[in-house]
Design a protein around this ligand. Sequence first.
Ligand code: SAM
Ligand code: DTB
Ligand code: SF4
Length: 360
Amino acid sequence: MNTIRHDWTKEEIIALYNKPLMDLLYEAATAHRQFHDPNVVQVSTLLSIKTGGCPEDCGYCPQAARYHTDIEGNDLMTVSQVKAQALRAKSSGSSRVCMGAAWRNVKDGPEFDQVLEMVRTINKLDMEVCCTLGMITENQAQRLAEAGLYAYNHNLDTSEEYYKEVISTRGYEDRLQTIDNVRKTNVTVCSGGIIGMGESVEDRAGMLVALASLSPQPESVPINALVAVDGTPLEDEKPVEIWDMIRMVATTRIVMPLTQVRLSAGRTQMSREGQAMCFFAGANSIFAGDKLLTTPNPDVNEDMKMFEMLGLIPQKPFAKKSQPKTVEAEESEFKAMGEKPKWTRPGHSIERNLKASGKI
Ligand code: SAM
Ligand code: DTB
Ligand code: SF4
């Protein structure tokens, strides 16, 4: 069957997730082979261009200012620092760079202009450029598109119902709005979530319903296993079982067959065998480099050995879509147009966030 379905129900997805493992793997691998080369995996490098001090209260995040974690905060990197890091990533086999900033949302001004210059610079290195900067308006998404942005990452993180247990400073609707703003441009959408935050299988399925119902579906879906960081409200969550990761990847692959499914945070806890099963189940993208944004990731050389052992080949840049054309800043029609975005702020507080921030 070649059609992409946007009408998956939660019950159907739960039934898939709970199938006998061999049946689930077979179905996922079959869907995978219909649209992707099973021996090709995209290698992407994360770069934290602005670290820590974030005003949001995402319960998993070591970069939220209100939690007491050990990370070292940094102001926005310079364009030349970013260029040097991108060249390093390219020489170690990455075809994509994803720049993350610990911002609630993008603000027009010199810092955003600097990010636009970073995007232009990496695009000129013939690498796919992705950004994850928090909420953005349509105008900002358009300016990123003109700078040559390939993808924008903004995760739904979990189901709409469980979301309220994890984050109170922005709503699910806000996240969907940012995804929609990106979708109105030619920038591809990267959106996924985290497992291991105490959510149920129903919540995992709920997140997949929300992602699969987007039309078109996101070009890229990262599946993160929670990295439980000391000082965050989720510090005591139990590590994700590899079987849960395999089932989540396989189910994602079946409901979003065209998408790049990314085996994201949490790989340091996974054996090579476990990761190999995730690739078999349809994962075809990883983050490489010894650091994610602030937490450890497997050593690049170890990853390359794993690729060799499994016969995997790193994907070339722009294998799925042509390279975006950069519009020089002075020709832009979309210079900041004074948009005033309204974000919703659900007026509730979450007990475990208050506990972690020492307010109760
Ligand atoms: N501030 C921006 C935002 O929230 O959109 C961009 C950066 S934020 C760190 C990007 C994503 O990283 C989050 O949406 C979340 O899914 C993931 N993430 C953050 N901390 C994590 C953790 N401890 N374990 C797993 N994934 C995490
Ligand atoms: C995504 O879904 N995972 C990446 C990327 N998008 C930006 C981030 C993972 C962060 C893990 C925690 C950290 O290193 O701070
Ligand atoms: Fe801030 Fe992003 Fe971390 Fe949330 S996930 S606290 S928005 S950096």
